[in-house]
Design a protein around this ligand. Structure first.
Ligand SMILES: O=C(CO)[C@H](O)[C@H](O)COP(=O)(O)O
Length: 212
């Protein structure tokens, strides 16, 4: 089980400073969609250059032109690129093909907005993606939703891909997440919004490693 730090509401220097604080406790650093909108793929390049030993995920949430967008993110240094599960199968196939061509790059499918989780999880699993991620976005978090039940549903049907979970995970809710045994736990505000980021990240890492 691995821990991913999601950076969303910072610029490049702020993001690098934040990762410096917690780099020994995380496996993957996510350049969140808002950063890519504000700064472009330069943010991915800067993060990979600053932390070559960390995996960098570009949260592009690709919806079309999967091959092209994965190519561009890979060239910028991304190790993992996100694509939406609601995209066409052809788009997801294109993303997977390009990731293989780029040598060892991974595709994470974000299930945000999917109504029939079981059916779509089975379909995207058969397309050869590397991760299937259940995700409660900010707008549904604001309505009190969480991704915990969705994780159990997806874990029950996925046979090939690794599973990931994101959406409002905090230190207090991490044990419930870990009990469902995802391969990748994604935490944004649960670390970045804390005063003592190092302590929280260290505790999270300990729990995640215990849950291997
Ligand atoms: O992809 C995202 C928003 O679309 C976030 O990066 C993801 O939800 C993790 O952040 P948080 O733990 O703060 O919810």
């Amino acid at each position: 089980m691995e821990l991913q730090l999601a950076l969303d509401l910072v610029n490049i220097p702020e993001g690098i400073a934040l990762v410096k604080e917690v780099e020994t406790f995380i496996d993957v650093v996510e350049i969140g969609t808002p950063i890519i909108i504000n700064e472009g793929l330069h943010a991915v390049k800067a993060m990979k250059e600053a932390f070559p030993n960390l995996k960098v995920l570009a949260d592009l949430k690709v919806m079309d032109a999967g091959g092209y967008e994965v190519m561009k993110a890979s060239e910028a240094g991304a190790d993992i690129v996100t694509i939406l599960a609601v995209a066409e199968d052809a788009t997801i196939r294109g993303a997977v093909e390009e990731a293989r061509k780029q040598g060892g790059k991974k595709i994470l499918v974000d299930m945000i907005g999917v109504k029939n989780l079981e059916q779509r999880a089975k379909e995207v699993d058969s397309l050869g993606v590397d991760y299937i991620c259940v995700h409660t976005g900010y707008d549904l978090q604001a309505e009190g939703e969480s991704p915990f039940e969705a994780l159990k549903t997806v874990k029950g049907v996925v046979k090939h891909a690794k599973t990931a979970v994101a959406g409002g995970i905090k230190l207090g809710t991490l044990p419930e997440v870990i009990a469902a045994k995802p391969d990748l736990v994604i935490v944004g505000g649960g670390i970045t919004g804390e005063d003592n980021k190092q302590t929280v990240a260290a505790q999270m890492q300990q729990l995640v490693k215990q849950g291997v």
